[in-house]
Design a protein. Structure first.
Length: 269
């Protein structure tokens, strides 16, 4: 644009004020898109059958492409894992949004943690990869771990505000505990109830003061008040014993409300 100052024409450039253009992202060619989708399909199958440490060369061969093509789409193993698991992560994030207004915040948090364990134990090695990625936001798995922490943090905050979970619990620690439970379940395939037992034990350690029993003052003996609706036990009568897992399950339900649906039920909606 030309201007005139003191009789002399001057040209003022508009480059400095023009908005910077972002480079257009070119869509994949049809053949590249087919290779990408085949790699994801074969990687998901291989991870399910052999674990996340399966050979990348085998995945490329099963997809009918060279290893160079695989690395052009996915620069490393964690990038491939992040792309493969994106669908499951999106479902978990959607489930967290559904639970955001649940009437019992603690039960909602536990239900979501159960869903994470179900997801992590589907692929051998995934729980270990998630534990590693939680400390590295530059990892290829960060596309999964970062939004998961944010979604879990919102559920945890509601449970803390309700007084059901201690205020000093962080979502990072809770996610690591959850991944640790998934890893233990992965190593104990013959114990289908292990996840619920460990999750219930974890919950007992997270309980807020409103759900804890008050400790007796120093120097005073604790007294036990028998509920009125229970009959007095006759002298010499045997008391029925309950399995430890039943007691743990009941403790979780008293703290967080009714039991959550079976693990994986949210996937069948």
């Amino acid at each position: 644009m030309a201007t005139e100052t003191a009789g002399q024409p001057q040209t003022t450039s508009t480059a400095a004020t023009a908005p910077a253009r972002t480079p257009d992202v070119r869509p994949m060619r049809a053949d590249a898109r087919r290779n990408y989708e085949r790699l994801l399909t074969e990687a998901r199958t291989a991870f399910t059958e052999h674990g996340t440490d399966t050979s990348l060369e085998d995945i490329a061969r099963r997809a009918g492409v060279g290893i160079g093509t695989l690395y052009r789409h996915f620069p490393n193993r964690t990038a491939l894992m992040g792309a493969v698991f994106q669908g499951e992560v999106d479902a978990l994030l959607a489930h967290a949004r559904e639970l955001a207004d649940a009437p019992q915040p603690c039960a909602a948090l536990v239900e979501w943690l159960r869903a994470i364990i179900t997801h992590a134990t589907t692929y051998r090695g995934l729980s270990r990869a998630l534990m590693t990625a939680s400390a590295d936001d530059s990892s290829g798995m960060a596309r999964c771990s970062v939004p998961m922490r944010e979604a879990g943090g919102a559920l945890l905050t509601r449970a803390q505000q309700a007084g059901a979970v201690r205020p000093d619990v962080s979502i990072s620690d809770l996610m690591q505990l959850t991944n640790g439970i998934a890893l233990a379940v992965e190593e104990s395939p013959d114990d289908p109830k292990l996840a619920d037992r460990l999750l219930t034990l974890t919950l007992r350690g997270l309980k807020g003061r409103t759900t804890e029993q008050r400790s007796p003052s120093p120097g005073r003996r604790a007294t036990v008040t028998r509920p009125r609706h229970l009959p007095q036990r006759r002298r010499g009568a045997r008391s029925a014993t309950r399995p430890p897992e039943a007691s743990l399950r009941d403790g979780a339900e008293r703290s967080c409300g009714p039991p959550a649906p079976p693990p994986g039920a949210w996937l069948r909606r």
